[in-house]
Design a protein around this ligand. Structure first.
Ligand code: AHR
Length: 506
């Protein structure tokens, strides 16, 4: 048995949490849109062709914001192709993913789907093959009420009310050599600042996200970020970050600690943003938009799925194991710890493509293991982050040195006073004995201790066995006075939920 102790002070609030921390991402890639959120003819499809089973799973996740339409796809996307009468929409080749895009879903349908699932859109503009003029035109098409050619075009297309899209991404991963129209930091910085400026001329309340460097693994990191901020600091609100982790060339012990890469990245970019704030003599604190994050093993990019020019092929459909689920949970815990600066985050992606939700075309939808940490975070991790000081036994890693077996964060919902402890036991063979002292005296009662684990670290959910990885209620967890005691199984994701006494029914 390994062990950890902690002190939890609910009265010491570290930050509020922007609900958009639990956001997601829908790209025209593989079967995310076609066969994912949209499949006319599916037994559960609604009149608009949206799959009802997927809609229900997304609603359960309470996804607050969804980034769209890409990703690499957006950097050669002509938004005009995706609006107007469907039968007149062109079929186009998407060079980025080597597919044929039918354009049966475009901006307006995406907004309808957002309304259906209760999410707000995070709209990306094409700064690869296009530029500020097209961003300006798309903004006017979407957000102007009427009385201009572009707004009236939207109305003629059947959407009378403006879409009121508040938050906009200026391109995608523009430092990446794989990006269509990729740019140097100076080229992008100039384009970003001018695009932001023209968009603000239309509406100075918009929130604007500029591309940071897209991976700590690229040589552009983090100098790209500095140069972009040099140009654009005054005109943007967010800098974007992306991170995908995997176990390639890593031991399991090191892989389980991989969320520390995200920790390092957030610290580095936060420090850079603060430096640039001072340099710009600015009152504005730059916020971070972690608009792509996940576990992604490149082996899931099967060459046959990229045979040109298929329609919505099964690209990048990763099956997540228990250990991937724990790493995903660790990334989520890291985002919550840094909620003061990371105000928006998007799992990449929502359905089928490196996704928590999987579908069979014409068949069922099911949840991958990674669905559950996201569900728990989104349901129980809203409100504020409160002080949790952890002292844990450690285990050795080659990359990170000694790493705590316990990774944890605590949140409080100010509307109910409920406390939630999210905790991972990274030890591969031993359960972890956890004692947490509550500093505000409480009293609190245990609502439940949910645990997701499995005897096989490589266990997965599949169409045939969709519930292999699913949380269950743990037994034996106690709250006695100011002491919480629990046992966290080896390799487990845990959610310990407390309510202030007397217990209210929720
Ligand atoms: O999420 C998949 C891809 O990863 C996105 O299209 C791109 O932005 C990133 O490289």
């Amino acid at each position: 048995m390994t062990s950890a102790t902690a002190t939890l002070d609910p009265s010491l609030v570290l930050t509020d949490i922007d609900p958009r921390l639990y956001g997601n991402f829908v790209e025209h890639l593989g079967r995310c849109v076609y066969g994912g959120i949209y499949e006319p003819g599916h037994p559960t499809a609604d009149d608009a062709g949206f799959r009802g089973d997927v809609t229900a799973l997304v609603r359960d996740l309470r996804v607050p914001i969804v980034r769209y339409p890409g990703g690499n796809f957006v950097s050669a996307y002509d938004w005009e192709d995706g609006v107007g009468p469907r039968e007149q929409r062109p079929r186009r080749l998407d060079f980025a993913w080597k597919t044929t895009e039918t354009n049966q879903i475009g901006t307006n349908e995406f907004i309808d789907w957002c309304r259906l699932v209760g999410a707000e859109p995070l709209m990306a503009v094409n700064l690869g093959t296009r530029g500020m003029n097209d961003a300006r035109r798309l903004l006017e098409y979407c957000n102007h009420p009427g009385g201009s050619a572009l707004a009236d075009l939207r109305i003629a297309h059947g959407w009378r009310e403006p879409h009121a899209i508040k938050t906009w991404c200026l391109g995608n991963e523009m430092d990446a050599t794989w990006q269509t129209g990729h740019k140097t930091a100076d080229e992008y910085g100039r384009l970003a600042v001018e695009t932001a400026r023209v968009m603000r001329q239309f509406d100075d309340t918009l929130e604007i996200v500029a591309c940071g460097s897209c991976s700590p693994g690229l040589p552009t990191y983090p100098e790209w970020d500095r140069v972009v901020l040099e140009h654009a600091y005054d005109q943007i609100d967010f800098l974007s970050l992306h991170l995908y982790v995997n176990d390639l060339e890593r031991t399991v012990a090191d892989y389980l600690a991989a969320p520390l890469l995200m920790e390092q990245q957030i610290r580095a970019i936060t420090g850079l943003c603060d430096y640039m704030q001072v340099r710009h003599r600015s009152k504005k604190r730059m916020m971070l938009c972690f608009d792509e994050w996940n576990v992604w093993d490149w082996h899931y990019m099967h060459p046959a799925d990229f045979r040109p020019w298929q329609e919505a092929p099964s690209q990048v459909e990763q099956t997540y194991r228990l250990i991937d689920t724990l790493v995903f949970g660790g990334l989520l815990i890291t985002l919550i710890k840094h909620a003061a600066r990371v105000r928006i985050a998007c799992v990449a992606q929502l359905v089928n493509v490196i996704a928590p939700i999987m579908t069979a075309t014409g068949g069922p939808a099911w949840k991958q293991g990674i669905y559950y940490p996201l569900l728990h975070g989104s349901r129980y991790g809203r409100g504020e982050v409160v002080s949790l000081q952890v002292r844990s036994q450690t285990y050795p890693t080659a990359t990170f040195g000694e790493v705590p077996c316990l990774d944890a964060v605590a949140t409080r919902d100010p509307s109910t006073g409920d406390l939630t402890l999210f905790a991972i036991n990274r030890h591969q063979s031993e359960p972890l004995s956890l004692s947490v002292r509550l500093l505000d005296g409480g009293p609190y009662s245990l609502r439940e201790h949910l645990v997701l684990t499995h005897a096989d670290p490589l266990a997965t959910n599949t169409r045939e066995a969709p519930d292999t990885l699913r949380p269950h209620r743990a037994e034996g967890t106690k709250v006695c006075g100011d002491l919480i005691s629990a046992t966290l199984p080896a390799l487990s994701w845990n959610v310990v939920r407390l309510a202030p006494e007397p217990l209210t029914g929720r």
